[in-house]
Design a protein around this ligand. Structure first.
Ligand SMILES: [Zn+2]
Length: 102
């Protein structure tokens, strides 16, 4: 072996994640939620207070559904149903949740 292992006291102790944690399930695969760009109240759950699209870690979506979710949010943004920036939130007063009730 070319590499020698440094003693534990030499460097920072690297803590690994507990791999026994239960696997995150994709809510879209399970079928509880359908992705639709017109469903603003659903999409607003997956954007942050700053209007950013939530990460996979936050949304718990699989890669396939994260792509579809991001696409739907971008489409809704283009149609002015969701905000691009916080300044849009201030102008509309919300994330567009109330407008979807109409
Ligand atoms: Zn999925």
């Amino acid at each position: 072996m070319a590499y020698t292992r440094r003693p534990e006291s030499a460097g920072r102790v690297r803590r690994t994640r507990n791999l026994a944690v239960k696997a995150a399930f994709c809510p879209f695969c399970v079928g509880k939620v359908k992705i639709d760009y017109k469903d603003v109240s659903m999409l607003s759950h997956y954007i942050s207070g700053q209007g950013k699209i939530g990460s996979r870690r936050r949304t718990k979506a699989c890669a396939k559904h994260q792509r579809r979710l991001a696409e739907a949010i971008k489409r809704a943004r283009f149609l002015a149903m969701l905000p691009f920036t916080p300044s849009h939130i201030w102008k509309t007063g919300s994330l567009g949740v109330h407008r979807s009730e109409i």
